[in-house]
Design a protein around this ligand. Structure first.
Ligand SMILES: CCCCCC/C=C/C(=O)SCCNC(=O)CCNC(=O)[C@H](O)C(C)(C)COP(=O)(O)OP(=O)(O)OC[C@H]1O[C@@H](n2cnc3c(N)ncnc32)[C@H](O)[C@@H]1OP(=O)(O)O
Length: 365
């Protein structure tokens, strides 16, 4: 291409300015700055105004963008401006011919959970509805893997939810079944290690993590809510931490976070005395962010999350990490201590009797 054919006339340049006004979608701040700089360079030449003060962010960003063009000629600036507008117009019309809503992509390699990504949201869904989504060892491991992947993928936020009637009935009590007396200590040691790794993934999760509590939640699924950034609940959900009833003790950092969230007196009712909360109570006590009628729960929540997930991803991630960083060390220490105590609990007669009772159909929550 010769220089002559590359040259853009004043008329083309003016036409590009008109076309820009017709763009339906905001092209984003970075592109707007580029357009501003090219326009100034094309119409006034190299940057000739004094540098604005550091705290005048908008003026400074504009000045920096214009100044960064150095001695680019006015012809070249007109050319680049016109090309940029034309690429924005083409991208927008290509986008309009495609389906406006992106497809949900399903992640491979999971059996006990369903992991999907759509609209910048990675959703991790407990998927053993016939067992009330009880969390067996395989599910703990799959959730660890899914969280590790979601932490690194392109999504802006991650969501945990349940498939079917329950959010989850908590730890699968079969995790304690069929263990020979000689293997009890190993079962407790391995269980504590797995639990510690599992809870650590929630402590360290680098982006906003949202719980969408679609139905009753029991045990570890309730304690983990304290490590989520937002908790939305259906008005059908209940929140139950029956640790003393099961001869066990609190986990998921709840021994530290619940008193902070709801005050010691309320936390004691839940964590010591097995008080089951309704969704409205959990919201009043600060464990739940907002409660929705079950009939419109999914629609309202996913609409809201879609809007949240279109916010600037990096800003959300650094802000979440900032909020968490103040407590991270403490939370890991609490997690370790809770797992040590549970390791002993799982070997106690109180715990074993409770589990035997459940399997003999003598007790249900
Ligand atoms: C690595 C280890 C880490 C451990 C971390 C510590 C975690 C602690 C906790 O999470 S404590 C909480 C443990 N959960 C429970 O104690 C709940 C036990 N389940 C129940 O009480 C009831 O099943 C129910 C109230 C959740 C639901 O009752 P109902 O509506 O009557 O349904 P079913 O009982 O008939 O349930 C259908 C089917 O699912 C089995 N099931 C449900 N939840 C669990 C569970 N948590 N563990 C094992 N199995 C569960 C239930 O037995 C039924 O099976 P069946 O059809 O009878 O074979």
């Amino acid at each position: 291409m010769t220089t002559a054919t590359m040259q853009v006339s004043q008329k083309d340049f003016e036409k590009a300015q008109e076309q820009l006004k017709l763009l339906k979608k905001d092209p984003g701040n970075e592109t707007k700055l580029k357009l501003y700089a090219l326009f100034k360079q094309a119409t006034e030449g190299p940057c000739n105004s004094p540098k604005p003060g550091m705290l005048d962010f908008v003026k400074k960003a504009k000045w920096d963008a214009w100044n960064s063009l150095g001695n680019l000629s006015q012809d070249n600036a007109r050319q680049k401006y016109t090309e940029l507008v034309s690429s924005l117009i083409s991208a927008e019309s290509a986008g309009q011919t495609k389906d406006a809503s992106p497809e949900e992509s399903r992640h491979d390699g999971y059996e006990t959970i369903i992991v999907t990504t759509k609209n910048n949201i990675t959703k991790i869904m407990f998927n053993r509805p016939e067992r009330k989504n009880a969390i067996n060892h395989q599910m703990y491991r799959e959730i660890i893997k899914a969280l590790q992947e979601a932490g690194k993928d392109d999504s802006t936020i991650a969501v945990i939810t349940g498939n079917g009637e329950y959010y989850t009935s908590g730890n699968d009590l079969n995790n304690f079944a069929n263990v020979q007396p000689n293997d009890m200590e190993k079962m407790a040691k391995d269980g504590a290690e797995l639990l510690k790794e599992f809870v650590s993934c929630f402590i360290d999760f680098p982006k906003p993590l949202i719980a969408v509590v679609n139905g009753p939640a029991i045990g570890i699924s309730v304690t983990l809510l304290g490590l989520c950034d937002i908790v939305y609940a259906s008005d059908r959900a209940t929140f139950h931490t029956p640790f003393s009833q099961l001869g066990q003790s609190p986990e998921g950092c709840s021994s530290y976070l619940f008193p902070k969230i709801m005050g010691l007196a309320k936390a004691n009712e839940m964590l010591l005395f097995n008080k089951k909360l309704t969704a409205a109570e959990a919201c009043a006590w600060g464990l739940v962010t907002e409660v929705f009628p079950d009939g419109t729960f999914q629609k309202e929540v996913w609409e809201r999350l879609k809007a949240y997930a279109s916010l600037p991803k990096n800003s959300l991630a650094v802000s979440k990490q900032l909020l968490r960083s103040m407590e991270k060390e403490k939370l890991h220490a609490v997690n370790s201590q809770e797992c040590e105590v549970l390791k002993e609990r799982w070997l106690s007669d109180e715990c074993l009797n409770a589990i035997v009772s459940f399997f003999q159909r003598k007790s249900k929550l």
